[in-house]
Ligand binder design. Structure first.
Ligand code: S3P
Length: 446
């Protein structure tokens, strides 16, 4: 993907935020919907797909490996797949852009096909560790040559038939779990993943929804055991993708922090393995309610009603981290305006996301006048007690990280002046329309 010239933007609030909005489709579910549809013979239809750059990278890769993927004029995506085991040799390198999820899940898919694929990505993705998927996929028989440190660019030669394995996750990662399960789809016998700490379960739900034989049980030590029968036959589906709770986090926290605000965010996925931020914000005193709770396409969904609130700092239990792993940057912004101290730990994974999110948030928030201590595995934030951040004309370098850019955009709304983001372009990876939506709610974006 050709790099775009930087597009700076300055954010400030000119009054309370008000209105009813929707956020784009869930990124994790969108990737999985395209991949599994591409493994069915026949037509699947996907409504509400996130049309962000990360998901488009997955669509392009699945096309390069033989699937027929089209967006209808009604916005519904139509996928004609190749069947499990039917992926074709891509003719050129698969460009994953900024997307760790595309890379790790597709590596799993390729690993059990007799094809070879080269994975490339942008500067941020090329710094991220792939050893965590390389290790189990090698056990399944894939031959992988990666750049030093187990990074991109890398070349993966799959093996068919692959070796089914039982794999205990050494890191709490839904991407690693999903990579192994997707490889297992085309391996003979049972592939099992043992997950000591539960992570998002969209892969399990959707695999079952497409007709794979999959069981989830609890081991003697309390770990989740996901067992998948290989050489599966998947049946085409009609999928409705809910709004992304990770994207909804930005308008939700903005509404909590800007005095007098009341915002409704409709149609948000509230799967318990993703909704940790909302639990934590409520414990901090946030006025957030889930209205109209329902189940859509096998996933729990609600409308979030959020009102400005006085927040209190808390100790965030490390066990909740996997269910809000992408939401810590915006939680730190909320903590910076809370009364008292917020303590987080067990967050070493944040150092290997699209950026080192602990370092960027600590440095950036300090520059905005917040009091923050950075530890090896978390941040300790001493809040202002509700007073806006004393930031007048701070500029933040988002380092190709969409969630850092959006977090500081929200911080701009909660500051005495404004905050300028050096490049708002990366938000298109997960949240196209972010700036327009914030304007609709009443934010000033210059
Ligand atoms: C994702 C899993 C998480 C998350 C990422 C999306 C997924 O990553 O941070 O944005 O769709 O499986 P890890 O599995 O590395 O925790």
């Amino acid at each position: 993907m050709a790099p775009q010239p930087p597009s700076p933007a300055r954010f400030r609030a000119i009054g309370p935020l008000r209105g009813t909005v929707r956020v784009p489709g869930d990124k994790s579910i969108s990737h999985r919907a395209l991949m599994l549809s591409a493994l069915c013979v026949g037509e699947s239809r996907i409504d509400g797909l996130l049309e962000g750059e990360d998901v488009l990278a997955t669509a392009a890769a699945m096309r390069a490996m033989g699937a027929d993927i089209l967006r209808g004029e009604d916005g519904v995506w139509c996928v004609h797949g190749v069947g499990v085991g039917g992926l074709l040799q891509p003719r050129t390198a698969l460009d994953m852009g900024n997307s760790g999820t595309s890379t790790r899940l597709l590596m799993g898919l390729v690993a059990s096909h007799s094809i070879t694929a080269t994975f490339i990505g942008d500067a941020s993705l090329s710094r991220r560790p792939m050893g965590r998927v390389i290790d189990p996929l090698k056990l399944m028989g894939a031959d992988i040559s990666a750049s030093p440190g187990g990074r991109l660019p890398l070349m993966l030669r799959g093996l068919c038939p692959a070796v089914p394995i039982e794999y205990r996750l050494p890191v709490a990662s839904a991407q690693v779990k999903s990579a192994v399960l997707l490889a297992g789809l085309n391996a003979p016998g049972m592939t099992s993943v043992i997950e000591p700490v539960p992570t998002r379960d969209h892969s399990e739900r959707m695999l079952a929804g497409f007709g794979a034989a999959l069981t989830v049980t609890t081991g003697a030590d309390g770990a989740r055991i996901i067992a998948l029968q290989g050489e599966a036959e998947l049946k085409p589906q009609a999928i409705t993708v809910p709004g992304d709770p990770s994207s909804a986090a930005f308008p939700a926290v903005a509404a909590l922090l800007v005095p007098g605000s009341e915002v409704t965010i409709e149609n948000v996925g509230v799967n318990a393995t993703r909704a940790g931020l909302y639990t934590v914000l409520r414990e901090m005193g946030g006025d957030i309610s889930f209205a109209n709770e329902r189940v859509v396409g096998g996933e729990p969904v609600a409308d979030l009603v959020v009102r400005a609130s006085a927040l209190r700092g808390i100790e965030v239990p490390p066990e909740i981290a996997p269910s809000m792993i992408d939401e810590f940057p915006i939680l730190f912004v909320a903590a910076a305006l809370a009364e008292g101290r917020t303590v987080t730990r067990g967050l070493e994974e944040l150092r290997v996301k699209e950026s080192d999110r602990l370092a960027l948030m600590a440095n950036g928030l300090r520059r905005c006048g917040a009091r923050v201590d950075e530890t090896e595995d978390g941040l300790i934030v001493e809040g202002t007690g509700g007073a806006p951040l004393p930031a007048s004309s701070v500029e933040i370098a988002a380092e190709l990280d969409h969630r850092i850019a959006m977090s500081f955009a929200v911080a701009g709304l909660a500051s005495t002046g404004s905050i300028r983001i050096d490049d708002i372009g990366p938000v298109a990876t997960s949240f196209p329309g972010f700036v327009a939506m914030m304007r609709t709610l009443g934010a000033e974006v210059a």
